[in-house]
Design a protein around this ligand. Structure first.
Ligand code: DAH
Length: 360
């Protein structure tokens, strides 16, 4: 190889070694092999070479071209690999790191509303006991909300619920904004064969408004229908639930005879607490938490289920109420104010779903 070719090869190889990225590499390629590149110029210049030297010179220039093409390609491969390495290093995810701590005051952080969180927790706890989740409409037929639940037209329990009515339909009956989640018991029993195990979290409505009542609130209903179901199942299920939800292993639970039209016998369920301090689990006072009972045979019959073959229990409770108790939230009204400061204070981390593994 003549000196000029050897010099060009050395210069180009030095330039390639100095090219730190793909752009710099491309500049070297263009300067060497591009339209006005130095090797291209040599090839074009072959015509001017005396005929007796042309063959040798042509072979040498072409050889140099091949060598430089290979050198450029190998530098490209090296730079590509380095770029990928750099990206992998920059975007590295350490999956062994603990999750980022929830920053309740950070402007960028969102939070789950406490109601949403409680529904997640209820679903986790009852899910572990084999319950599914059912839903129903907010606007209910009179028969679903009252009649099928053994609350006939002139039953005094109708007045217990300060009902929002909707203008009457074709049958002359006024639909209602459901006053409880119990109508979904009826829909579930009509829609599926026993055995049944469902909870029904959802919105409910009553014309009531003060520090502890809102016209829109949430309940969760529970329904179990199977053969041989007794009060013992009801008690075991609710004691387990209450202890898991409030995370107090020895939470005192009391069952007190009561009355609901759709259960017989019926019971209110109380938990132990301290009335003065609000502390749950000790203190000798009782706080009513929910209503429950054995599903009334007439309700089963209304849904086409033979009460001699199937029995069951049901319960219903206010989601706001158990949420306020669990988290020490003193006032109901801010639940619906959409005040971001309140949400950040009482909200739950979005990225840590309620699971039983860590306790809900
Ligand atoms: N529906 C009742 C209410 O809103 C709560 C309730 C009590 C539901 C007893 C039940 C039950 O399923 O068995 O006050």
């Amino acid at each position: 190889m003549t000196d000029d070719l050897a010099g060009l090869q050395a210069e180009t190889e030095a330039a390639l070694a100095a090219a730190g990225d793909l752009r710099a590499l491309d500049a070297v390629r263009v300067a060497t092999l591009g339209k006005s590149g130095r090797v291209t110029a040599l090839l074009k210049g072959l015509g001017a070479v005396p005929a007796e030297q042309r063959k040798e010179r042509g072979a040498a220039v072409n050889h140099l071209k091949g060598v430089l093409e290979a050198a450029i390609e190998s530098r490209r491969v090296a730079l590509d690999a380095a770029a990928l390495e750099a990206r992998l290093a920059a975007e590295r995810l350490d999956v062994s790191l603990p999750p980022r701590p929830f920053a309740p005051t950070g402007p960028e952080s969102g939070a789950l509303h406490p109601i949403t969180r409680t529904v997640e927790e209820l679903t986790a706890i009852f899910g572990a006991m084999g319950f599914g989740v059912a839903e129903g409409p907010d606007i209910e037929g009179d028969w679903f909300n009252f009649g099928a639940l053994n609350i006939p037209d002139h039953h005094p329990a109708r007045q217990d619920h300060d009902t929002f009515y909707v203008p009457a339909g074709a049958d002359g009956r006024r639909p209602v904004l459901r006053t409880h989640t119990s109508p979904v018991q009826i829909r579930t029993m009509l829609g599926q064969e026993p055995p049944i195990r469902v909870i029904v979290p959802g919105r409910t409505w009553r014309a009531d408004h003060d520090a502890t009542h809102s016209p829109m609130f949430h309940q969760v209903e529970g329904l179990v229908i199977d053969r041989g179901i007794t009060l013992a199942h009801l008690k075991g299920c609710l004691i387990d639930f209450l202890r898991a939800f409030f995370d107090i292993r020895d939470l005192p639970v009391r069952f007190r005879a009561s009355y609901f039209p759709f259960t017989e016998p019926s019971m209110e369920v109380d938990i132990g607490w301290n009335r003065k301090t609000g502390e749950l689990g000790k203190g000798g006072d009782w706080l009513e938490i929910l209503g429950s009972g054995m599903v009334h045979p007439r309700v089963l019959a209304n849904c086409g289920i033979d009460p001699r073959e199937w029995q069951g229990f049901a319960f219903g409770m206010g989601i706001e109420r158990i949420t306020m108790l669990k988290h020490g939230i003193p006032d109901l009204r801010p639940f619906y104010d959409s005040d971001i400061r309140w949400l950040r204070h009482y909200g739950a981390p979005v990225l840590s779903p309620a699971t039983l593994a860590e306790g809900v």
